[in-house]
Design a protein around this ligand. Sequence first.
Ligand code: FES
Length: 131
Amino acid sequence: MKKSLDEIHKIRIEKKKELDLRTNINSNTVEKHILVCHGTGCTSSKSEEILENFKNIIKEKNIQNVRVIKTGCFGLCAKGPIVIIRPEDTFYAMVTPDDCEEIINTHIIEGKIVERLLCKDIDREKGKKIR
Ligand code: FES
């Protein structure tokens, strides 16, 4: 389908906001992205089920402004499945499908880190930053 210049401009502005949220931990937004690794290692450890669980819980609880996004490998395969929450840049490691409910309730709804799942191999300050 052919798009007008105005439509392309709107898409550009929308995508720029999304990219800003993923690359700028100081992004001024109420939106959150839950990034679920779908590299080979994480996929073999049920990341597809994790992604579906997040989507289902968000839908059931009617949570707004949270998107669940499938990504490529983050390079921490031995710690997978990896889930990263942006813009605060919190890395969760060895996440299981059963952990999704706790991440949604504690991190997304209450705004607190799920300490037991925090990836210990990255910058703790960066990994713990939350709004
Ligand atoms: S496959 Fe998930 S971090 Fe590499």
